[in-house]
Design a protein around this ligand. Structure first.
Ligand SMILES: [Zn+2]
Length: 87
């Protein structure tokens, strides 16, 4: 089982449950660092979720294409309530 180097959470491979965590790829990390002027070395969808959301907010306000590219694919972010159902 993979573990996040940064927060230590266990990363789950694809499962039927939506509450899985995975490492963010480097373009996502770069995007976050750029938008928030941070210098994060990396992280998973748990430990930098807040940053990712904030970066996305900024990006979408700027109508940044990268923001959409980066986060629309990532259904783990509750951008819209329709993506995740708790049924
Ligand atoms: Zn993590």
């Amino acid at each position: 089982m993979d573990v996040c180097n940064f927060c230590g959470i266990q990363l789950e491979v694809d499962s039927v449950f939506s509450a899985k965590h995975s490492m963010l790829n480097s373009s996502a990390i770069n995007f976050i660092n750029e938008k928030l002027e941070l210098n994060l070395p990396g992280g998973c969808t748990k430990c930098i979720r807040k940053e990712a959301l904030r970066a996305h907010e900024i990006g979408s306000r700027e109508d940044d294409i990268k923001s959409k590219e980066f986060l629309w694919k990532r259904s783990w972010l509750p951008m819209t309530s329709s993506g995740i159902s708790s049924n």
